[in-house]
Write a protein that binds this ligand. Structure first.
Ligand SMILES: [Cu+2]
Length: 321
C-alpha cells in the first residue's frame, strides 16, 4: 500500500516536471531545450500518441516496478539481517509465489504490448497523403524532391557556424535549404539513401525511419503548427554523421504554393501529362491525375529489370539438369 501511494506521488512529480519542460519548450519549439529532461514538445498527432504512451504507460510501469523492488530490498535488509533474524528459515521454493512472479510480469508485458501495438498501427495506417516528399540520405547531406509538384531534387546541407550564429538559428541543426511543407496536411515521406544507411529522425513529429540504399521506407506526419522543426540523422553513417541535420519548415498553404513556384514547380502538375501525350495522345486526359507523376518511371525500369530476372531462373534449371 505504501509503495503504491508513493509511486503515485512520484509519477505526479515526474508529470509536473515534464509539464514545466513543456512550457519551457514553447520557445524552443522543434528543437532541444537546454536542461530539458522530457520528450520534445509534440507538433504532430503521431508524436502526441507516442508521448502519451511514454508518460502514461511506460513511466508509471517503470516507477511502480522500481519502487516495488526497492521496497522488497529494504524490507529484506531490515527484517532479515543477522541481528533481527539470527536463526534463518531452512525452506526454499514457494510454488504460489513462483507462479505469481511468472504470471504477473506476463500480464504487465501484455498490457504494454496492447498500447504499443496501437501506436505501431497508428504509424502504419497512413491517412491519404496530401503531399509526397522523397528524402534521400547522402554522405553527408539530405536531398529532397517533390515529385507531384515537379520540384526537382535539391540538396540540404548543414548551415556553417558563422552563418547560423548570424541568423540566430541553432548551429548543427539548421540547414541551408530546409524541407518546406504546408501546415495541417498529411505529408508522406519516401525515405531512401544513396550510399550507406542513414535515418530520418525528427523528435517533434515523432519521426524515426531508416534510410536504406536500394530500399524505400515510408513514414508520415501532419504538422499541427507553423514553425521550424529540427532533427538529425540517427544512424551512424560516417565521419560527418553529426553534421547532416534535417530542418523542416512548416508554412501556410499560400506560402507553400509560393515556395513551390520559386522552385520551378507547380501546385497543379501539368508535366506528367506531357510525357504520355507523346506516345498515346488519347490517353493523356485520363492520366492527368496528380498521382501519375511517378508512372513513367516504373515503365522505364521494369523492362530493364524483367529480362535480367527472367534469365536468372531460366539459367538455374538448365544448370541443374
Ligand atoms: Cu547519416
Amino acid at each position: 500500500m505504501k509503495p503504491g501511494t508513493s509511486a503515485l506521488a512520484i509519477s505526479a512529480f515526474i508529470g509536473s516536471v515534464m509539464a514545466t519542460g513543456a512550457t519551457q519548450a514553447q520557445e524552443y519549439l522543434g528543437q532541444p531545450t537546454p536542461g530539458g529532461i522530457g520528450l520534445q514538445d509534440s507538433a504532430s498527432p503521431l508524436k502526441e500518441q507516442a508521448t502519451w504512451f511514454h508518460n502514461w504507460v511506460l513511466m508509471p510501469t517503470i516507477v511502480l516496478i522500481s519502487l516495488l523492488v526497492l521496497g522488497l530490498l529494504i524490507w529484506v535488509v531490515i527484517r532479515y539481517n543477522k541481528k533481527s533474524n539470527p536463526v534463518p528459515a531452512r525452506w526454499s521454493h514457494n510454488t504460489a509465489i513462483e507462479v505469481l512472479w511468472t504470471i504477473v510480469p506476463v500480464f504487465i508485458l501484455v498490457g504494454i504490448a496492447l498500447f504499443s501495438f496501437r501506436l505501431l498501427f497508428a504509424y502504419e495506417n497512413m491517412p491519404e497523403p496530401d503531399l509526397t516528399v522523397k528524402v534521400t540520405g547522402n554522405q553527408w547531406n539530405w536531398a529532397y524532391e517533390y515529385p507531384d509538384q515537379g520540384v526537382a531534387e535539391y540538396i540540404s546541407s548543414m548551415l556553417p557556424e558563422d552563418e547560423a550564429r548570424a541568423r540566430g538559428v541553432p548551429y548543427r541543426l539548421a540547414a541551408d535549404e530546409p524541407m518546406v511543407v504546408p501546415v495541417g496536411q498529411t505529408v508522406k515521406l519516401l525515405v531512401t539513401a544513396s550510399d550507406v544507411i542513414h535515418a530520418v529522425a525528427l523528435p517533434a513529429f515523432g519521426l524515426k525511419t531508416d534510410a536504406v540504399p536500394g530500399r524505400t521506407n515510408e513514414t508520415w506526419f501532419r504538422a499541427d503548427r507553423v514553425g521550424t522543426y529540427y532533427g538529425q540523422c540517427s544512424e551512424l553513417c560516417g565521419v560527418d554523421h553529426a553534421f547532416m541535420p534535417l530542418e523542416i519548415r512548416v508554412v501556410t498553404e499560400a506560402e507553400f504554393a509560393a515556395w513551390v513556384a520559386s522552385r520551378g514547380g507547380s501546385m497543379t502538375p501539368a508535366a506528367p501529362a506531357a510525357v504520355p501525350a507523346a506516345t498515346a495522345p488519347a490517353a493523356a486526359p485520363t492520366v492527368g491525375a496528380t498521382t501519375d507523376a511517378a508512372a513513367p518511371a516504373p515503365t522505364q525500369t521494369d523492362p530493364a529489370a524483367a529480362p535480367a530476372a527472367a534469365s536468372a531462373p531460366a539459367a538455374a534449371p538448365a544448370a541443374a539438369q
